[in-house]
Design a protein around this ligand. Sequence first.
Ligand SMILES: CSCCC(=O)C(=O)COP(=O)(O)O
Ligand SMILES: [Mg+2]
Length: 237
Amino acid sequence: MTALTARWVVVDIEGTLTPTSQVHVVLYDYARPRLGPWIDSHPRDPIVVDAVSAIRSLSGLPDSANTEAIVEVLHGWMDADQKIAPLKTLQGLIWQRGYADGDLVTEFFPDVVPALRSWHDTGLDLAVFSSGSVAGQVASFSRTTDGDVTSLFSAHFDTVNAGPKRERPSYTAIAAALNAAGPQIVFFSDVPAELDAAAEDGWQTVGLARPGEPFGDADFGTHLAIKAFAEVSVDLP
Ligand SMILES: CSCCC(=O)C(=O)COP(=O)(O)O
Ligand SMILES: [Mg+2]
């Protein structure tokens, strides 16, 4: 067991809290057939209008491109697992509805909720930094096989309110928003490049090398690497 001290615990979602298949299979399969109908049924929702306009400009589609062409771009991005902000925004809205309707339930790795609860009970503050939109994050924590765990988290960050996950300025922005210095934050992620960016900003970093996951055999370099949260303790200084 490795003992860490921190004020904030910041966690990634996919590959860290949930199996990658929870996102790539369950959530992506849910979103795929609903993207077109969602765009067409929300023609005046400014969030949807802005997302569609960003998709057009990022993909080089003309203003006249119809929903079918936009959905084709979105499916291509999903197939390539490109976590592009307007796609994540639309997915988040669809998942929010799916969780509210009872169609979706999040399944965490078994070590996750006991660790989150124990850190929260110890007095640590918990936050999320994921490519999934804040709306999607909150919805996915509201209906899980361990119940509603939204109250464990005091802050949520995504690529819109913080920035890309593999770039240092995103971590600088999050630390500022949390009113914390980098060394007071410990970040858990399965992606070494994300840990590198956080470490550049002075954060403590822990890699999740979960067996069977895409980064289960990755080289975590100088980052502490664990297979499950039970291998570390985090306490207040
Ligand atoms: C309901 S949030 C789903 C998470 C998601 O969409 C995603 O892309 C996960 O990426 P992460 O940065 O958490 O690895
Ligand atoms: Mg991840």
